[in-house]
Write a protein that binds this ligand. Structure first.
Ligand SMILES: Cc1cc2nc3c(=O)[nH]c(=O)nc-3n(C[C@H](O)[C@H](O)[C@H](O)COP(=O)(O)OP(=O)(O)OC[C@H]3O[C@@H](n4cnc5c(N)ncnc54)[C@H](O)[C@@H]3O)c2cc1C
Length: 489
């Protein structure tokens, strides 16, 4: 079979897979899984950032061909979709009925399957992990069988597969709760970071009028929070479109990100830019307009030399003021080229085995930063990432798994205390380790235990490393032939 390479949005993780398939029916997917005797992995939008979508020599199944709406009941506010569908497709389908997705990420490019498999969250208040909005899933397991799972039927599969990063099978269909597509009005409040917890308690927590909320803080001082809140309103929208139109080019966004990460001192002006330009006017838009943002807003013109990466840490709600200064200090100590840290809130997870909000409600700290595409940068990022993970763990928190895999095994185990239960489930549903990717290759004790972040692995898997190896192989025989000349008769 032809060799193929798959990569994620960062372009940091090229993976040579055995073949790529894009089935367009569940039956075809079942047949692929049943008939392929090697490892198999799944990708949706490929916005995860550390090799969660594949591992060497797998059969890579691109799930985006399975994208149909298979059931829709606007009166019940319920939709059933194949999971290769992207949120933007789901929104477009339900918008004419003035309905909206209940819980999704901040951008609409992600697939439903990717969102469920990482148990994603957004900026919604009174919500939390996406599992809250899932009524039922259909999943193809390693034997090729199609199983239905819900909080009452095949419970272990439901709570294992959501947040399970493709380890237990291909989630092919999901029945989701929907919400009303109300108009929302934006309000902005700036405050010292230390005042944010009280602001949240007084104005946001339990406020049923609030739909979206996040609190952003910026380098280099990380000491002021800009709280951005979208609340329900009866006022008419100020935009003509119901959904956000996709621009051909995001020039203004690109230039401002470039300036903030490349031009010294510009980040200091960020609060002024927010006040005078970005948040200058009051905004009233439909919920679907705000939900249908495109990640292209954040996309640089090239990722050849540097790339933009996300990380995320979760801490119990009462540890916000303990963790925020620790995080700021680590980012400052290592001169991390951060754009911002965005604080979100999430309610307790109802039972996912690999939950990131296991104990109760949490604040999420989403870090968006720029990194060079070289090995030194990668190892440096590893160092401060492990410090941040330690800080989150000390505060009784955890970190998010769709990003680079710098956590040590012991950090992973502490951060995900039910991982043994998860790996036992994997043994039950996938005893031959058919479903693999770099995340589970690294942390599953029954997997090959290959760490994609070690210098040796990196040497073997980067283009430069491969070129050096090829060069060494090409040169080695010549050198020996120079040294040893067979006698001429
Ligand atoms: C700019 C940006 C913003 C982001 N914002 C948020 C945010 O607001 N909230 C948040 O929670 N996350 C956020 N993320 C992270 C992102 O949500 C996750 O990476 C999510 O997985 C993206 O979905 P995807 O379709 O790209 O999944 P992929 O990256 O393609 O896959 C993710 C994982 O799910 C598995 N998988 C995918 N589809 C299936 C399937 N059908 N069945 C079984 N396994 C499957 C894959 O094997 C992989 O392990 C953001 C990422 C970026 C780049």
């Amino acid at each position: 079979m032809k060799k193929n390479t798959v990569n994620d949005v960062t372009q940091l993780n090229p993976i040579d897979v055995r073949a790529i398939a894009r089935p367009s029916s569940v039956a075809a997917l079942q047949q692929l899984i049943k008939s392929h005797d090697g490892p198999v992995s799944f990708g949706g939008g490929r916005y995860s950032m550390g090799g969660q979508i594949a591992t060497d020599n797998t059969l890579f199944i691109d799930m985006t061909g399975l994208n149909a709406v298979t059931g829709y009941d606007p009166a019940k506010k319920e939709i059933t979709v194949q999971t290769g569908a992207r949120w933007q497709d789901v929104i477009a389908r339900i918008d004419p009925d003035d309905l909206s997705v209940s819980i999704m990420q901040s951008y609409s490019n992600f697939t439903v399957g990717g969102a469920l498999s990482v148990n994603a969250h957004g900026r919604y208040i009174g919500q939390g992990p996406v599992i809250h909005s899932v009524k039922e899933i259909k999943i193809v397991t390693a034997d090729g069988d199609l199983k239905t799972a819900s909080p009452t039927l095949n419970k272990d599969l439901f709570y294992g597969a959501i947040g399970g990063y493709g380890a237990l099978g291909a989630i092919v269909e999901a029945k989701l709760d929907l919400a009303d597509n109300v108009n929302v009005e934006r309000s902005i409040v700036k405050m010292p970071r230390a005042d944010y917890a009280k602001f949240f308690d007084d104005n946001i927590r339990g406020n049923e009028n609030v739909v979206f909320h996040n609190g952003d803080f910026y380098p280099p001082d990380y000491d002021t929070i800009t709280a951005v809140t979208y609340s329900k309103t009866d006022k008419p929208a100020i935009v003509p479109d119901r959904l956000r139109p996709k621009k051909e080019v995001y020039l203004a966004e690109y230039l401002s990100i470039f300036a903030m990460t490349q031009v010294p001192g510009v980040n200091k002006l960020r609060p002024v830019v927010d006040e005078k330009i970005r948040f200058k006017t009051t905004e009233v838009v439909p919920r679907n307009y705000e939900a249908s943002r495109y990640v292209e807003e954040l996309e640089p013109s090239t990722r050849a030399m540097t790339t933009f990466v996300l990380q995320e840490y979760f801490v119990p709600a009462d540890k916000l003021d303990e963790f925020a200064p620790k995080m700021a200090a680590i980012l400052q100590k290592h001169n991390v080229n951060a754009l911002n840290v965005s604080i979100r809130h999430a309610e307790k997870d109802p039972g996912a085995v690999m939950a990131w909000a296991q104990q109760g409600e949490v604040f999420a700290f989403v870090l968006y930063y720029k990194q060079w595409n070289n090995e030194k940068a990668r190892q440096d990022v590893g160092t401060w990432t492990r410090e941040l993970i330690d800080a989150a763990l000390e505060s009784g928190g955890t970190y998010y798994l769709p990003y680079q895999m710098h956590a040590t095994e012991s950090q992973f185990r502490q951060a995900y205390p039910r991982s043994d239960e998860f790996f036992a489930l994997k043994q039950k549903y996938d005893p031959t380790q058919k479903f693999r990717n770099r995340l589970w290759d690294k942390y599953d004790p029954n997997g090959p235990k290959v760490d994609p972040e070690t210098p040796q692995f990196r040497r073997e898997h980067t283009k430069l490393g491969q070129m050096k190896k090829k060069f060494a192989e090409a040169v080695a025989p010549k050198q020996s032939s120079r040294k040893f000349k067979p006698p001429t008769p």
